[in-house]
Design a protein around this ligand. Structure first.
Ligand SMILES: Nc1nc2c(ncn2[C@@H]2O[C@H](COP(=O)(O)OP(=O)(O)OP(=O)(O)O)[C@@H](O)[C@H]2O)c(=O)[nH]1
Ligand SMILES: [Mg+2]
Length: 620
């Protein structure tokens, strides 16, 4: 299709990275004269408007979706590529391209700008958001940039209509050259574009404030390919140490409170069903979960701190390389990171991943990230079996084991991703460019609100889903009542179920208490802890023994290989129904949730088994 085909409209198009301000410029240039339709065959919006040119005449202006590259990755980018190449039927090649740059992120935005310029169309560059660049302490030199790019560069502030007239004039000027022959430029490779973007950005920046220089210096260290990951690893290590070291006094205090409640109920309520319900069901069960509140709060304190300070985006940037190694992009990092809180928001966050196979892979591995519901389970076993020793000054063994469990989940996820990308979700990895926010001192108030919200979510779970699941288990454990001389556990309904399950679970070292705890834990993982507490409380007639914390009962009752196998199980097992439900919703069917549950159970069983038998063989 020829550019001078008179049957077609003469058009100009706004292109640029996402969030550079294309739509804002589009609105400023066209005012209310807009038409919104869809591109043929795709759901991407075609936003067009009429731009009156200074000196008479007008041209149709297109607002294209943001893209990072003309090698289309997402449906949005595909539209941009087709439009600038004139591949859409009934759509002319744009006579003028307006490349929109974010002046505050110049280096990054210049990469795509060069790719557009290589097409050789008449082009104008809008250096947008100069107000934000100034706020960041950057003074830019549009003339130098224009020299380097070989096209006019117009500084603009779209939201304040600054530079709009100048931009329209430059578009009119470029349009008058539109009938000259195309002359494509030398094509660069992506790394070459990056390098020259760096030089051009440097040349266009006249001065920087000290703040900008300091931040760049910090980034040079934190984002250094060798030093950066070491620092990230060290930070995570400190976090997991703190989860144990700082929480202990608070957890002990909470345990004391639960203990005195139990004492109070035992003293005041006459023996019988009501007392058993309160002590064995409510206090032993729900109380055993609530004592983990300090650890949850400490973990989220650090996560919120990393988010608010701007470090989290840097961590994602560092992870991008690692992710590329297993066939995923850095885009998967944020969903996977959210999964450390809970897989449900994590899986929902995968909607931002454009490549469907990337997205599916990310959904399938999200449950392997250690969600906060697993923390109580890990913590209770670690407290029971791992002595609170120091392996080095300031390095506690318990924190180290917890750290190892988190790492095991991550490594597991990466290996699974690698396997999936080579088999069920085969395909090439897509590229990823991310904007790094500025560093900020976190505000105490925001942190406090964030922590309060997390703590409240946890307590609400304890009061609802965990409470209900624990009480249901208590009922199943308490009836029918045992004959004198029989154990309550053996005669109860739950006991019979456990005996049935033991056939499958005994080979991997699980005892009957564990078999029983795993079923209600499908509702929420923390229930495993409350279920164990209730099971042990029901299973004894000895008041003193019943009042003991679940940690002590487990320490006395389980072998170390069993405890380790239980931990290994929880690293992999798909232990919560809500995750399965959200996977069904996000993948539109039962196929992928079924696949996910299947592979996770197999991994959990195999790894728990391997752990158990290795530990037994080592004589632990
Ligand atoms: N301060 C400032 N903000 C701007 C400027 N131009 C745009 N913005 C804001 O930047 C944000 C992104 O602008 P959009 O116009 O939506 O960006 P876009 O390039 O169309 O983004 P996509 O359509 O996602 O590719 C909006 O919140 C705008 O209000 C500017 O010159 N200065
Ligand atoms: Mg837009």
């Amino acid at each position: 299709m020829s550019r001078s085909d008179p049957a077609l409209h003469r058009i100009a198009a706004l292109v640029g990275n996402p969030n550079s301000g294309k739509s804002a410029l589009f609105n400023a240039l066209t005012g209310a004269r807009q038409k919104i339709a869809n591109y043929a065959g795709v759901t991407v919006e075609r936003k067009a408007g009429r731009l009156a040119l200074p000196g008479g005449g007008s041209i149709e202006l297109l607002d294209l979706p943001g893209s990072y590259s003309l090698d289309a990755a997402s449906p949005d980018e595909e539209v941009t590529r087709k439009v600038v190449h004139g591949e859409f039927a009934g759509e002319a090649i744009p006579e003028v391209l307006i490349v929109v740059l974010d002046a505050a992120n110049l280096e990054q935005h210049l990469v795509f700008a060069q790719e557009v310029l290589e097409l050789g169309h008449p082009t104008v560059v809008a250096l947008n958001m100069v107000d934000l660049a100034e706020r960041d302490g950057l003074t830019l030199d549009p003339a130098a940039l224009s020299e380097a790019l070989g096209v006019p560069v117009i500084p603009t502030v779209a939201v304040r209509r600054k530079g709009i007239t100048e931009l329209a004039a430059a578009i009119a000027e470029a349009k008058s050259h539109a009938d000259e022959a195309l002359h494509s430029r030398w094509r660069l490779t992506q790394p070459e574009r990056r390098l020259s973007a760096k030089h051009m950005a440097r040349g266009a920046i006249l001065s920087k404030s000290t703040r900008h220089t300091v931040e760049n210096g910090i980034d040079r260290t934190l984002l250094n390919p060798w030093v950066g990951p070491v620092i990230l690893f060290a930070i995570l290590f400190v976090i997991f140490q703190a989860v144990f070291a700082w929480a202990t006094p608070f957890a002990d205090a909470l345990e004391g409170v639960v203990g005195s409640f139990t004492g109070f109920v035992t003293d005041t309520v006459p023996p019988g069903l009501v007392r058993d319900f309160l002590t064995e069901g409510v206090l032993a069960g729900v109380g055993s979960v609530v004592v983990f509140l300090p650890q949850i709060v400490i973990l989220f304190f650090f996560i919120l701190l990393m988010e608010a300070s701007g470090y989290m985006a840097r961590a994602a940037f560092l992870m991008d390389r690692l992710m590329a190694g297993v066939g995923l992009s850095g885009k998967s990092f944020i969903p996977l990171l959210s999964s450390f809180a809970c897989a449900i928001p994590g899986i929902m966050a995968t909607r931002s991943i454009s490549d469907p196979k990337d997205r599916l892979t990310t959904i399938l591995i999200a449950p392997l990230m250690t969600c906060s519901a697993r923390l109580p389970v890990y913590a209770v076993i670690i407290a029971a079996f791992i002595p609170p020793d120091s392996v080095a000054p300031g390095v506690g063994l318990q924190g180290l084991v917890l750290f190892a469990l988190y790492v095991a989940g991550i490594v597991g996820a990466m290996v699974v991703a690698l396997v999936l990308r080579g088999t069920v979700t085969k395909g090439a990895a897509s590229g990823f460019i991310m904007e790094l926010p500025r560093y900020q001192l976190p505000r105490i108030k925001d942190l406090a609100i964030g922590l309060w919200q997390r703590a409240w979510v946890f307590l609400r779970r304890a009061g609802t889903i965990i409470f209900v699941a624990t009480i249901a288990l208590w009922v199943l454990l308490s009836f029918p009542k045992a004959e004198p001389g029989e154990s309550q556990m053996d005669s109860s309904i739950a006991g019979h179920v456990a005996t049935g399950l033991a056939v499958v679970l005994e080979p991997i070292g699980f005892n009957r208490q564990i078999s029983l705890a795993l079923i209600p834990a499908m509702a929420a993982r923390e229930v495993a802890v409350s279920a164990l507490a209730t099971t042990y409380a029901v299973d004894t007639d000895d008041e003193d023994l019943a009042a003991q914390a679940v940690t002590e009962r487990i320490a006395a009752d389980w072998s170390l290989p069993t405890a380790l196998a239980f931990l290994a199980w929880f690293v992999f097992a798909p232990q919560c129904l809500s995750t399965i439900a959200v996977t069904r919703r996000e993948t539109n069917g039962w196929k992928w949730p079924a696949f996910m549950v299947g592979y996770l159970f197999v991994l959990a069983y195999v790894f728990a088994g391997i752990t158990y038998w290795s530990a037994v063989a080592l004589g632990l």
